[in-house]
Each structure stands twice: as C-alpha cells, then as structure tokens.
Design a protein. Sequence first.
Length: 148
Amino acid sequence: MPGLEDLYREIILDHYRSPRNRGSLETPPAVVAQGHNPLCGDEIQVYLLVENGVVADVKVGGQGCSISQSSASMMTQAIKGKPLPEAQRVLDAFRRMMGLEVDGDAPDEPVKLGDLEALQGVVKFPVRIKCATLAWTTLAQAIDEVTA
Ligand code: ZN
C-alpha cells in the first residue's frame, strides 16, 4: 500500500491480522447480507442482530484483501452497541469520507470515525475504494433487511 502513511498502515494491518468480531450469528434472529467485490475478489458476510433498535451484535465472515477485511473489522467496532440511527450516521459519514454519494445533508456535528480515518488515504486509489466500502455496502443491505 504505497502512499499510505505509516500510522494508518499500522492500524489497517492490525485489524487485518487481528480482525474484531469475526464469525457468524444465528439467523434468525440475526440477518445476514452478502457482499462481493469482483474487481479484487473480496467476499464479505455481515451478520447483524438488532434488538430494541440497538445493534446488539454484529459479526463478519469472508475473505479478501487487507483493505476490505480491515475495513469490515473497524466497521463492527464502530457500530456495535449503537442505536440503529447512530450506526446509520457512521455509515453515511464513512461513505462521505470515501467520496460516495449520500442522501441528505452532512450533519452539523462531524461524526467521529476513529480508526476508520486510517482508510481515508485509500481515496487516492480509486480501484481500492470498492475494497474499503464493501463491508459498508453489505451492512446497508443488512440494515435494509432489518428495517424492511
Ligand atoms: Zn480488495
């Protein structure tokens, strides 16, 4: 990953080597969504368990490059235990950071993305943006299923 700053590279590699919240959840009560990035061969399953409007648990399965897998790991950390609207705000903020279109205006108060900010350098590599956003696109599908 040339061009990424060392600190960011460290954060990404840490999540890649020790992914958080890996595994699966029983469906139902959880829902599962599948994501695939044919450009790179990344595959992701997002298991989402929402209870009383809160992300009670989230797990990720699949395989792929360090960007896709570390982004998924950071995503689980960023949304677990959060009320669904707050998880949605993180999702929107991350999409904005990656230069994707998001419905509605940006919130007045910036959303803190923590480790996820390590991925902002990926914007410089358009071919990798799909890697970084795969887990999030898949999460959006899972949320759609929950709220349907
Ligand atoms: Zn990839």
